[in-house]
Design a protein around this ligand. Structure first.
Ligand code: NDP
Length: 485
């Protein structure tokens, strides 16, 4: 760990294929140890301007590159990431306090995402239109092509610094776009690491530019600049809604937050699902957009479920993210620890029962289980983004579906049931972007269409779907009746 700290001591901006000394730098601290782990550029508006111009000027170079070449750049990136997977995982553990085992899993997924991007690069196509289906269409041939949209502004959160960046940079390169990437302030090192690898992989200058620093300063410029054609944002609903309001006619994809829930029906073997539910609630300290926040259990199973869930929670190992045995480590900031503690306190005061956790050690909040939580309390109706889960009981699945839907969010929901009719009803009535049957909502593969309804966002990621949103459909019509040949 110490060697890595030394190596990453100072990072520069990555603009137009070069490492540029920045006008100003800020220290980056480990959320776990509090020690300074790097000095990182705080980009100025002039530097962002330079990045935007570089991306704009490079757009025709990558747009006219044959797709097999774009695919091979992404394949090269995959090879480099495979070789450097351990180093990449260590960066995540260091800058985000992601437990190293979870960090390794993120890198494995990142590799998958870029592999999918390399594959999808080769199958971007339009369709033929049967124009003679309408009177007046006789003697014409029509088809569509998909063209790159231009410059993509990618704004990403701290919680999956490699894979969520991959969900923007991968599809953008695959479909012939250029990118200005603005990673979260707490997790810039992974973005610079990616830039190094893509440079080595043969990406043309200007196709990826990385600018780090304040979201409100840089983000504002990216969102309003007219050279940007598409904003791909993952982060909090609050920031996402602000971006949408400023984006004008730009294409916008928003992958926002949630308070994801699971329903556990009365016919379920709870022993077989406890470990999975505990991991859904507490993996990466609950800082996952589809983290399991609300568990609704049929009243016949409720007491047994709570007892087993709490026992399994208390076995989780708390500690250093770089230790392979650690399950739960520090939250991203002390501000988030204070916020989470305030929400737990509010729940307790309003009659919820604390069944586990609730205490802290530095920036670590112990995995916390709350029972009998009123749906109006923050730990239920807001996104907790911390290791806190509530377990409430229900008497009918209809009631449970209503409880899940009683949310301003709608990313994914899960239901465990042995009854096919109940499962089908849930898939039809749950108002979310994805329903996962016989699993927790915390399930994502990187080629799935992924995104939410309500305040969980607009648009879909999952490489193929992101490409649809990063390309413009163009119609071509040939009039054969006007040919002089
Ligand atoms: P934030 O919304 O705080 O930040 C996300 C990004 O937006 C950061 O790069 C941030 O920069 C930037 N930003 C901040 N203010 C502005 C602004 N005014 N204009 C433009 N950009 C801005 O989210 P977090 O990093 O805290 O991430 C957690 C959130 O992300 C949770 O709500 C979570 O649910 C959501 N998320 C959603 C996912 C999904 O796929 N649906 C997946 C993962 C997370 P800076 O760091 O400098 O503030």
């Amino acid at each position: 760990m110490k060697e890595l700290v030394k190596e990453t001591i100072k990072k520069d901006l990555f603009i137009n294929g070069e490492w540029k000394t920045a006008n100003q730098y800020t220290p980056l601290y480990s959320p776990y140890s509090g020690e300074c782990i790097a000095e990182v550029p705080a980009a100025t508006l002039e530097e962002v301007e330079f990045a935007l111009q570089s991306a704009y000027e490079a757009r025709n170079i990558i747009a006219s590159m044959p797709s097999h070449r774009r695919a091979s750049i992404l394949e090269n990136l995959v090879k480099l990431l495979e070789e450097k997977a351990d180093e990449a995982a260590q960066i995540l553990a260091l800058e985000a306090a992601k437990p190293i085992t979870t960090a390794k899993a993120e890198i494995a997924r990142t590799i998958q995402t870029y592999k999918f991007a390399a594959e999808e690069a080769k199958r971007i196509h339009g369709e033929t239109i049967p124009v003679d289906a309408a009177p007046g269409g006789e003697g014409r041939i029509a088809y569509t092509v998909r063209e790159p949209i231009g410059v993509v502004a990618a704004i990403t959160p701290f919680n999956f610094p490699m894979n969520l960046v991959a969900h923007k940079v991968g599809p953008a390169i695959a479909s012939g776009n250029t990118v200005v990437l603005k990673p979260a302030q707490q997790t810039p090192l992974s973005a610079f690491f990616l830039a190094e690898l893509l440079q080595e992989a043969g990406l043309p200058a200007g196709a990826l530019n990385v600018v780090t620093g304040s979201g409100s300063l840089i983000g504002e410029k990216l969102v309003t600049d007219e050279r940007v054609q598409k904003i791909s944002f993952t982060g909090s609903p609050e920031v996402g809604i602000g971006i949408r309001n400023k984006a004008g006619l730009k294409r916008v994809t928003l992958e926002l937050g949630s308070n994801a829930a699971v329903i556990i029906d009365k016919d379920v073997d709870i022993d077989s699902i406890i470990a999975r539910c505990v991991s859904g609630a507490f993996a990466f300290q609950g800082q996952v957009c589809i983290s399991l926040q609300r568990i609704y259990v049929h009243e016949e199973l409720y007491s047994a479920f709570v007892e087993k869930f709490v026992a399994a929670t208390q076995k989780l190992i708390i500690g250093d993210p770089l230790d392979a045995s650690t399950d739960v480590s520090a939250l991203i900031s002390s501000k988030d620890v204070q916020r989470a503690l305030g929400w737990i306190e509010e729940a307790k005061q309003q009659g919820a029962k604390l069944a586990a956790g609730g205490q802290t050690k530095n920036n670590i909040l112990y995995p916390t289980v709350l029972l009998d939580v009123d749906p109006t309390l923050k730990v239920s109706c807001q996104e907790v983004f911390a290791p806190i889960v509530l377990i409430n009981k229900f008497s009918s699945v209809d009631e449970a579906i209503e409880l899940v839907n009683d949310s301003k969010y709608g990313l994914q929901a899960g239901i465990y049931t042995q009854n096919i009719h109940t499962a089908l009803k849930a898939t039809q009535q749950l108002h979310v972007g994805g329903v996962i049957v016989n699993d927790i909502p915390t399930f994502r593969l990187d080629h799935m269409p992924y995104g939410g309804v309500k305040e969980s966002g607009i648009g879909r990621e999952g490489v193929k779907y992101a490409i649809e949103e990063m390309t413009e459909q163009k119609l071509i019509v040939f009039n054969q009746t006007n040919s002089s040949v």
